[in-house]
Structure formats: C-alpha cells, structure tokens
Design a binder for this molecule. Structure first.
Ligand code: TMP
Length: 206
C-alpha cells in the first residue's frame, strides 16, 4: 500500500495526543509500517521552536508566530513526514496545517490566503489524506488542561471558541477529508469511533 498521511486536530484538552498515540499502537499491530509525529516538533530544531512558541514568558507577534509554526513544519515535513510517506509508511501527525489556519488565521486574524501561500512551499505537496477532528465544547477542554498553562492555552475563552468554530468550518468545507468525532467521556469509546473511521479509510486502498 502507498504511504498515507493521517492527521489529528482539535482544540485544547480534546484528548488528541492520547487518541493519536492509541491509533499509532493500533495501526502498528495491524499494518506495522507506521510513523508517529507531533507538530510543532519531531526534529531537534522544531522541538526548539516549539519551546519558544509555548513559553508563556514570550510575547510573539502573530505574523512571527505563524512563521515559526511554518518553520517548524518545514523541518518536520522535509525530515520526517515526506520521506516516510515516500517509503510507503502511514504517517500519523498530531496537528498539521489546519492548526495554523484555525489558531493563527481564525484565532488571531492572520490572513488565511497568506497562510496557504507559504504552506504551498513548506508542505512540498504533502496534504493529509484523512484528518480526525476531535470536537468538544471549549470550556470542557480547557478544564482538562494542566494547572500551569502554556502561551497558547492561556488565551481567552473567546479565542479558543474561534479556534473551535474555525475547525468546524473547515470540516464543512472538506467533509471527505475531515471527519468530526465528538469526544466521549470514556476515551475507549472515542477510540472505537476513530478506529472505525480509519479502518473504513484504509479499506479503500486494499
Ligand atoms: P499541542 O498542545 O497539541 O501539542 O500543540 C501545541 C500548541 O500549539 C497548541 O496550543 C496548538 C498550537 N498550534 C498553533 O497555534 N498553530 C499551529 O500551527 C500548531 C501546529 C499548533
């Protein structure tokens, strides 16, 4: 089977990291050739950029913030995502370009056309084949967060609401790629739904 690119998206505290790792374990047993990456991160430099971006002591201008997320992505795509897809692996990525569109575009008002323009060079033709969007009310998600919040988590409730609405808007625009899954109280119930969606998606390529 040709490589596939599956991304996870969602607002704060939606359980995305837990669910993406559970899917990785599941697919590793099932198809073996699977790689797990998180964004921003995955390479030495993009993990450093991540620390700058999330440090609550930093004040960063929205355009600089956008470009730093994109810079981290340029590293992750060229070093990990693209080579793995070309080798036929399934790549599971915890966040990708949709995050920039909603967090910096819908959330901070950065021009979305500008985001897609730079993304064209940075993503090198790589686009998610399937995106799992985990959805839950913003207040609920923020309650799940740690006591010490990072620079993005600290933003206002209305910011996080714009992020959630942005995601749901993208899902309406691209229903074939973006599958919305309502987060359940029981993480295994959520996982079951994700597995169904992913199994159905992979079935198409057998
Ligand atoms: P994480 O908490 O899911 O690991 O993601 C790190 C934070 O960075 C999270 O608050 C979302 C934010 N983020 C953006 O604002 N724009 C982006 O492009 C990405 C990838 C993440």
């Amino acid at each position: 089977m040709k490589g596939k690119f599956i991304t996870f998206e969602g607002s704060e505290g939606c359980g995305k990291s837990t669910q993406s790792k559970l899917l990785y374990e599941y697919l590793k047993r099932k198809v073996k050739r699977v790689v797990y990456v998180r964004e921003p991160g995955g390479t030495k430099v993009s993990e450093k950029i991540r620390r700058i971006l999330l440090d609550p002591k930093n004040t960063i201008n929205p355009l600089c913030e956008t470009l730093l997320y994109m810079a981290a992505r340029a590293e992750t795509v060229s070093q990990l995502v693209k080579p793995a897809i070309l080798k036929g692996y399934i790549v599971i990525c915890d966040r990708f370009l949709d995050s920039t569109v909603v967090y910096q575009g819908f959330g901070l008002g950065v021009d979305i056309g500008f985001i897609y323009n730079i993304a064209r060079s940075i993503t090198a033709g790589i686009k998610p084949d399937l995106t799992i969007l985990l959805d839950l009310p913003v207040a609920k998600g923020l309650r799940h967060r740690r006591f010490i919040k990072d620079r993005i988590e600290k933003r206002s409730l209305s910011y996080h609401q714009r992020v959630r609405k942005g995601y749901l808007r993208l899902a309406r625009q691209e229903p074939e790629r973006i599958k919305v899954i309502k987060v359940k109280q029981d993480k295994y119930k959520t996982q079951k739904e994700i597995k169904l969606v992913v199994d159905r998606f992979l079935e198409k390529y057998r």
